[in-house]
Design a protein around this ligand. Structure first.
Ligand SMILES: Cc1ncc(COP(=O)(O)O)c(C=O)c1O
Length: 371
């Protein structure tokens, strides 16, 4: 092959630009640890699996796999509008094959090379990744204090004419902390109209703090806010890849122009609509997490391990041991956990809340490893 003097590759897509490295896969790990029972607590999936109603919908939809999906996602968006009590019209919803696909679509929709996005570290890595690939610049306004509070003044100061997106995440991955409603009430009305706020609320079902809020009040108030949701967490459909957002009619109609034709698959749409109706599955899922997080707090206190109280389905800890070494040692005990230094939380490990058996196994392994 002749070497071109002008590169055919876009520099922002080359490996050195940095990609997303997800947690280790189950098969990779099983090959490593052999027959030992394995507890996967590294990706914040639902330990109860998927809603039975969603599985039934998938089985029914399988017969039509030869056909293209509905030309648009209109039925899915109508189901989402119903789910929110019809407070928002179907045009205010946007769907995609996963939360990250939606985040990517939103960034593609709003960012030009040279634009700026504001990210509050520690934060979900793909926010950066997509911005970088589009040639935009990420401005970090790190959270402050030992409880990871939003730096409201810092955010307002960081906004320039080039700022297009502000990323907020509540409950936040990887800290598990939330942004109190009073802080959002203070910040969001001050965000200038040329900036769109992405409010990532994919763990909202697990939040039980009195001052927690989803993004709905701000969308209803007509602010430029897009709330991002996923079916990978409480709905237990991570393998299927389906997510959605809701926003103002103006932004919703704009995003409808950005999406690809037939952008979401039939199985995703049918399963997600069934999952939305399965309220008892969500109740069971959330109760398990609420109950088990109390068990884990007590066990971590007993072990003297630093952790952050969580509003999500994971607890982030800061053990007095090198994070990579701890990950490896836990793996050898059959427990997969996730170091989150690459999310901006140095020395921290994020651990999904499992069922009682898994959580007991995690604590037993941690006790052994930290000895
Ligand atoms: C904060 C946050 N946002 C978005 C997502 C995307 O979820 P998915 O792409 O599985 O829908 C995740 C997944 O881990 C997440 O933690």
């Amino acid at each position: 092959m002749s070497k071109a003097s002008i590169s055919i590759f876009k520099p922002t897509y080359l490996p050195k630009a940095g990609g997303y490295k997800g947690g280790k896969s189950l098969s990779e790990v099983k090959a490593k640890i052999g027959k030992k029972k394995l507890y996967k607590l590294s990706s914040n999936e639902n330990y109860l699996g998927a809603s039975p109603k969603a599985k039934k919908a998938i089985r029914a939809a399988i017969n039509d796999l030869g056909l293209y999906p509905e030309r648009t996602d209109v039925h899915f968006r109508k189901a989402l509008s119903d789910f929110y009590g019809c407070i928002m019209s179907p045009d205010q919803f946007v769907t995609d094959n996963s939360g990250v696909a939606l985040l990517e679509m939103i960034e593609r929709a709003f960012l030009n090379p040279g634009d700026e996005v504001i990210i509050c570290n520690p934060a979900f890595k793909p926010y950066y990744m997509f911005a970088g690939k589009l040639g935009a610049k990420a401005i970090d306004v790190s959270m402050i204090g030992k409880n990871y509070d939003l730096d409201i003044k810092g955010i307002l100061k960081a906004i320039t004419k080039k700022t297009r997106l502000l990323f907020l995440c509540s409950p936040n991955n990887p800290t598990g902390t939330h942004i109190p409603q009073s802080q959002l009430d203070e910040l969001l009305p001050q965000i200038p109209a040329h900036v769109v706020t992405i409010y990532d609320e994919v763990y909202y079902q697990y939040a039980d703090a009195e001052d927690f809020t989803i993004g709905l009040p701000y969308v209803k108030a007509g602010l430029n806010v897009i709330a991002v949701n996923s079916f990978s967490k409480a709905y237990g459909l991570a393998g299927l890849r389906v997510g959605y957002g809701y926003t103002t009619e103006e932004i919703g109609r704009y995003l409808a122009q950005v999406r690809r034709p037939f952008h979401i698959n039939t199985l995703s749409m049918d399963a997600a609509q069934a999952a939305l109706k399965d309220k008892s599955f969500i109740k069971k899922t959330v109760s398990l997490v609420q109950e088990e997080k109390q068990y884990l707090y007590k066990a971590l206190d007993k072990l003297g391990v630093k952790y952050w109280k969580t509003q999500a389905n994971f607890i982030t800890i800061k053990p007095k041991m090198n994070d990579k070494k701890l990950e490896e040692a836990m793996l050898m005990q059959g427990v997969m956990v996730r170091p989150v230094a690459n999310f901006g939380a140095k020395g921290c490990i994020r651990v999904t809340i499992g069922d009682h058996e898994a959580n007991k196994a995690y604590i037993k392994a941690l006790r052994k490893v930290l000895k």
